[in-house]
Design a protein around this ligand. Structure first.
Ligand SMILES: Cc1cc2nc3c(=O)[nH]c(=O)nc-3n(C[C@H](O)[C@H](O)[C@H](O)COP(=O)(O)OP(=O)(O)OC[C@H]3O[C@@H](n4cnc5c(N)ncnc54)[C@H](O)[C@@H]3O)c2cc1C
Length: 344
């Protein structure tokens, strides 16, 4: 039998961060991942946005989670020798004069936002009401996830296969899975948890997002451009253009309907032609209260969960994974707002 302290199911941003902090704490970890090509982390743009909504409300716990996330991503970038983290301005086009006036009268906005001194992108964007600048960042998940996967393989901590919950057995000391014996198993399998056998009590509210990858001849920027739809520059010169929110969906694949909606939003933002190169889609793993879901099953204490990262996986995952690690190795109390037991 191969032995581990923790068996982690999934290597999206949740499983990546949790396994990283547990390995740092000297724990023996095995991560099982089936490399689903349209997992949320593989499709996401990796935006870290300090504000949300029309009022530019600061995101939950942002002052705590952002510096922690930045430090963590920079450490991983140095270790893995890949570019992981980029601070960026989000050029946020006002949809109406009322929005601009509210911003000018300081009814909206905060320390993460400012008004630009000159209007940029005039040749490219339709922005009759001007724009605000929001200071955010992006996480390059398409570089981080495969590089960290290679790191796990080098540590002999990766199993590249589909986890079959029917093969999991609960024992007196933890769990066994095929040839692995572990103290605990922790589900970081994103939306797959919602159809698994252990967390039926949790009120998940998964929602599907669709994205276009587009070429915009002549547009060269490091900024994120935003107005209804969000354009995020990619390393290959394309732009990630997304994303939709759909709660009522039949499968997780791309649809003609969402392509039409995304293209309409693109046409409202861009004054110039563009070319659609690809369309992607994935389902965001969210709980009904939009807070992370962390902890162990009250009836099966060897079975845990780290999920519910919703639309904010990149900003939340580092801090929440480190917090969960502290709960596990130092027995510190779990924050009530993220405790799985709120569902039981
Ligand atoms: C279109 C879209 C855009 C987004 N944009 C952003 C953004 O800009 N910024 C941001 O912070 N967040 C964004 N998000 C949200 C973000 O993607 C999620 O919060 C985050 O990726 C969730 O990570 P996770 O690790 O919990 O789940 P996932 O990323 O879904 O990872 C689950 C992993 O488990 C594996 N897995 C599942 N079942 C099994 C099994 N049985 N056996 C083995 N492996 C298994 C999968 O292959 C996958 O690797 C976006 C999401 C979508 C869909």
């Amino acid at each position: 039998m191969r032995k581990a302290d923790y068996l982690i199911i999934g290597q999206g941003i949740a499983g990546t961060m949790l396994s990283w902090f547990l390995l740092q704490a000297g724990k023996k970890v095995i991560v099982i991942d089936d490399a689903k090509s349209n997992s949320a982390s593989r499709v996401a743009a990796g935006i870290i946005n300090p504000v949300s909504g029309r009022r530019f409300e600061p995101a939950w716990m942002y002052d705590t989670i952002y510096p922690f996330a930045k430090t963590t991503y920079l450490q991983l970038s140095a270790l893995l020798q890949v570019p992981v983290f980029t601070e960026r301005q989000l050029w946020t086009v006002f949809p109406s004069s009322q929005m601009r006036d509210a911003f000018l009268n300081k009814a909206t906005g905060n320390e993460y936002t400012e008004l630009p001194t000159t209007l940029k992108y005039e040749a490219f964007l339709d922005q009759p009401h001007g724009a605000a600048i929001v200071r955010g960042a992006t996480v390059n998940l398409r570089a981080l996830l495969p590089a960290y996967r290679r790191y796990l393989a080098e540590q002999n901590a990766l199993l590249e296969e589909h986890f079959d919950s029917a093969a999991l057995e609960i024992t007196a000391t933890g769990v066994t899975y095929k040839t692995i014996s572990a103290g605990k198993v922790i589900c970081c399998d994103g939306v797959a948890t919602t159809s698994g056998p252990f967390f039926k009590n949790v009120k998940f509210l998964p929602n599907k997002g669709e994205v276009l990858l587009v070429r915009i001849p002549g547009l060269v920027t490091n900024d994120i451009l935003k107005k209804g739809i969000t354009l995020v520059p990619q390393e290959d010169g394309l732009y990630w253009a997304g994303s939709s929110f759909v709660w009522d969906y039949t499968d997780d694949g791309p649809t003609a309907k969402q392509r039409e909606i995304l293209e309409k939003s693109l046409q409202q933002l861009l004054k110039v032609p563009y070319e659609v190169v690809n369309q992607l889609s994935a389902v965001r793993p969210s709980g009904n209260d939009r807070r992370p879901i962390i902890g162990f099953h009250p009836e099966y204490p060897a079975i845990g969960i780290f999920n519910g990262l919703g639309t904010k996986g990149c900003s939340l995952a580092p801090f929440m994974a480190a917090h969960f690690k502290e709960v596990l190795v130092a027995n510190t109390p779990l924050m009530q707002e993220v405790d799985l037991h709120r569902y039981f």
